[in-house]
Design a protein around this ligand. Structure first.
Ligand code: SF4
Length: 375
């Protein structure tokens, strides 16, 4: 099974912390859909006969497009690839796009999972982050889609926001639980150069949260959500039973995926391809080779990626899977390098797999880099 990602690089306004690639020029959307169409045709052979079982509309803000347009893209994809086994079709949405009319149209599509960019239920923080919605709108949007029968609803929250206390953050998490969502992604705020927050930090007008505050938020989130039946299945992701994000799981398990749109990545098991991060260039040149760059992954690259993604999940590294993919040499290298980390309590063997204990996930990058194979 393979996965399809479709990038919608438009946002109505730019958030103060955002360094994802996007354009606020929503007027280009018709030209963009034409370009997507050309790219789909160009890459029609990418999956061969392999069925696609997850589709993800990410951004940017896919909900700036009418649901009928998203369905038009899905219909086109279904003429090119085997979508007969699709089990999860997700759209990322901003709460302020959710109106009754929007929901009427959404229920006419094949989309069966909604991922809301909520970020916080505190108006002060939403204003500071430059989000367009307020807390009441976020709650109403979640409740509105649930009333329409969507039971697979995810929300993104951000912790480590300057000035946010651990109690305020914990209340955010509890609000998400009370809303009855099935999946929560909780990310630590990163302040990137070139963003509004980056400029504010550089001029001393924004003091980032300390590592200790971020860690306290992270652990509070883990404690609250696991106490409410959520599985902490990846460093930033929590799900109720049976509600893991299959699309993201596909990335983390090294499956083949095709990404469409500017800045989207694709992976066929050996080669990774990147489309240039330029909406105008994409609109002009989609459907030809010139928008792509890429790399061929060596055996060591694949080993290191496997280590990195598997150890960020609660499933960890199963020795049998490791041996299947990298042979006895890969397993021997891993067994040798993991010994010290086990002694230090940074990795545990649970009888089935090697895992990083959740209380160490905040420093997982340091732990994982100790296990890399360096050529
Ligand atoms: S809505 Fe998302 S992608 Fe768009 S500017 Fe805000 S954070 Fe960035």
């Amino acid at each position: 099974m393979a996965s399809l990602y479709i990038h919608i690089p438009f946002c109505r306004t730019r958030c103060n912390y955002c360094d994802f690639y996007k354009s606020t020029a929503c007027a280009d959307t018709n030209d963009y859909i034409d370009a997507l169409d050309r790219e789909m045709e160009y890459r029609r052979d990418y999956f061969g006969s392999e069925p696609v079982d997850t589709v993800f509309f990410g951004g940017g803000t896919p909900s700036v497009l009418p649901p009928a347009t998203l369905q038009q893209i899905l219909d086109k994809a279904a003429t090119l690839w085997n979508l007969g086994h699709v089990k999860e079709i997700t759209v990322e949405a901003n709460p302020d796009d959710i109106t009754d009319n929007y929901l009427d149209a959404l229920t006419d599509t094949d989309i069966n999972r909604i991922s809301f960019g909520v970020q916080s239920f505190i108006d002060r923080d939403l204003r500071m982050m430059g989000r367009r919605h307020n807390a009441v709108q976020a709650m109403q949007a979640v409740e509105a889609v649930q009333r329409r029968g969507y039971d697979n609803v995810s929300i993104d929250l951000i912790f480590g926001v300057p000035g946010m206390t651990t109690e305020e953050w914990s209340q955010n998490v509890r609000t998400a639980v009370d809303l009855g969502v099935s999946h929560i992604s909780a990310y630590c705020l990163t302040i990137a150069e070139g963003t509004v927050f980056g400029n504010m930090e550089a001029s001393g007008r924004l003091i980032p949260a300390s590592d200790e505050e971020c860690e306290a938020h992270y652990l509070a989130c883990h404690d609250i959500l696991t106490a409410h039946g959520f599985e902490h299945y990846e460093i930033s992701n929590y799900a109720l039973q049976g509600c893991r994000a299959h699309h993201n799981m596909a990335y983390w398990s090294g499956r083949r995926y095709l990404g469409l749109g500017p800045s989207a990545h694709s992976y066929d098991g050996t080669h990774r391809t990147y489309a240039a991060s330029d909406v105008k260039g994409y609109i002009k040149d989609a459907g030809s080779d010139i928008i792509y760059d890429g790399e061929t992954l060596s055996h060591a690259d694949k080993y290191n990626e496997f280590i990195m993604t598997a150890l960020r999940t609660s499933d960890g590294i199963n020795p049998e899977h490791m041996a299947e993919r990298f042979g006895s040499i890969g397993m021997e290298f891993f067994s040798g390098s993991v010994k010290r980390l086990i002694k230090e309590g940074c990795i545990a063997f649970n009888g089935t797999s090697y895992c990083i204990p959740p209380e160490k996930w905040m420093v997982s990058n340091d732990i994982i880099s100790e296990l890399f194979y360096v050529e």
